[in-house]
Design a protein around this ligand. Structure first.
Ligand code: URP
Ligand code: ZN
Ligand code: ZN
Ligand code: ZN
Length: 463
């Protein structure tokens, strides 16, 4: 396997900024040394002068080809992982789904079938539990052994994914004993369904109402509830796609008490708002996801949470549906718009823009986008950092490149961009996955099947 030397760049990890060259051999980082201080030779030399050399992004929340809302997310594992690579992400953790009435193992096997041989970058799975009962609870132990060490439970979507509080408590207790991590979608789905019905009865049918019925208070309530359940179970909890400032406050309060409670937010909540949901015509449908976008004044609490570490991770919740034919399923009724936004390609750049804007510093960018998701989900230090022994998942990032995000130029298999026309500074120029170029000087040189499945260890993150 080729030796590669990356020279002249500024290596940025969650903990350090070092003017060093990086030597890659056998798909691993083997050494770092100050520019010009070594006599290393290599088959390939990448000149990173004036660039950042960063760990490949770890997106811990994607839904490639997920069947949802009467349709299927439009990125396959092939197109979605390719788009991720274009955006500087080299690992995704996707969600396998337990079929209702079926086993966790059936769900896992089905997701392996979809992903195997098709991914451009490495991938792993969480497990969505659709049916918590004696048998699926027992199966959790086996999944942990197989490297599926996290389980998503929902307080939302009655009749689809919703688990009741007793089921969530049992799953948390089981995770407490087998080392797994319970992730929760925290919204009060039963109350939301009442508000949906009432809104529709009043003739409120356009996308804006999606945001209005899925109230911030109902996110806060469910967040509070899952935190208390986790406390009773004596197990940690990771709350996904946090969007409401009231939910951040619940997490902060619990963390101040020392509880192992973690939170993730997503770029859409940091950069978009209910103003987008209210765009004229049916345009707002492009922004329908759950938890929903919030009024713009919630964003400050999310940024603050990321700075204070009350929120630890930014993932995308990439779940794209085309505007034509898919989002349009809800033309007459907002509750029929499939929920989810595209974004796997944009996360690293949007967060870099936050560095440019002075919201977070460079190391925090790498922390929330690479290192902590890797630690949280048992992939560290193989993923999420640049250090001897780590996989050579490395991005040469040009911090000065200007780009305009657009569906016309993105690589996700979806007919719109949630960030259409937005200018950002910074771009992944070259992307290595285990030392192998996937993107080289802004050209795709990877292939479906390069990406391998990553059995994960246990969560390595403590408060
Ligand atoms: O709207 C969303 N978030 N769609 C994906 C499913 C989920 O709840 O994460
Ligand atoms: Zn330098
Ligand atoms: Zn969710
Ligand atoms: Zn999701």
């Amino acid at each position: 396997m080729a030796r590669t030397l990356i020279t002249g760049g500024l290596v940025v990890t969650a903990s350090d900024e070092l003017h060093v060259d990086v030597l890659v051999d056998g798909g691993k980082v083997v050494a770092l040394a100050t520019h010009g201080s070594h006599g290393w030779t290599a088959d390939h030399v990448i000149d990173a002068t004036g660039k950042y050399v960063i760990p490949g992004g770890v997106d811990a929340h994607t839904h490639m080809e997920m069947p949802f809302g009467g349709t299927t997310a439009s990125d396959t594992f092939e197109t979605g992982t390719r788009a991720a690579a274009w955006g500087g992400t080299t690992t995704v953790v996707d969600f396998a789904i337990q079929p209702k009435g079926g086993s966790l193992r059936e769900g896992l096997d089905a997701w392996h079938e979809k992903a195997e041989g098709r991914c451009a970058i490495d991938y792993a799975f969480h497990m969505i539990m659709s049916d918590v009962d004696e048998s699926s609870l027992k199966e959790m132990d086996r999944l942990v052994e197989l490297g599926v060490t996290s389980f998503k439970l929902f307080t939302a979507y009655p009749g689809v994914f919703l688990s009741d509080d007793g089921q969530i408590l049992r799953a948390m207790q089981r995770a407490g004993s087998n080392g797994g991590l319970v992730m929760t979608h925290a919204e009060n789905g039963l109350a939301i369904d009442v508000l949906v019905e009432q809104a529709l009865a009043r003739g409120e049918r356009d996308p804006r109402h999606h945001g209005e019925v899925r109230k911030a208070l109902l996110e806060a309530e469910a967040t509070h509830r899952v935190i208390k359940l986790s406390q009773v179970a004596g197990a940690p909890v990771y709350v996904v796609h946090v969007s409401a400032r009231e939910a951040v406050a619940e997490l902060a309060r619990a963390r101040d008490e020392g509880l192992p409670v973690f939170g993730e937010t997503c770029p859409q909540y940091l950069f978009l708002s209910t103003d987008n949901l209210a765009e004229p015509g049916f345009e707002g449908a492009k922004y329908v996801c759950s938890t929903p976008l919030r009024p713009a004044d919630h964003q400050e609490a999310l940024w603050r949470g990321l700075r204070t570490n009350d929120l630890q991770v930014v993932s995308t919740d990439h779940c794209p549906f085309c505007f034509k034919g898919q989002k349009e399923m809800g033309l007459e009724d907002f509750s029929k718009i499939p929920n989810g936004l595209p974004g796997v390609e944009n996360r690293m750049d949007l967060l870099h823009q936050a560095v440019v804007d002075g919201r977070i510093d460079r190391r925090r960018w790498i922390d929330i986008a690479c290192a902590t998701p890797a630690r949280m989900f048992g992939l560290y230090p193989r993923k999420g950092t640049i250090a001897p022994g780590a996989d050579a998942d490395i991005v040469v990032y040009d911090p000065h490149a200007e780009q305009t995000l657009s569906a016309a130029t993105h690589h996700m298999n979806v007919d719109y961009s949630a960030y259409e026309g937005r200018k950002v500074t910074g771009r992944a120029e070259t992307v290595l996955s285990r030392g192998v170029p996937v993107i080289a000087d802004r050209a795709y040189v990877g292939h479906a099947g390069h990406g391998t499945y990553l059995p994960r260890g246990l969560c390595q993150y403590t408060n």
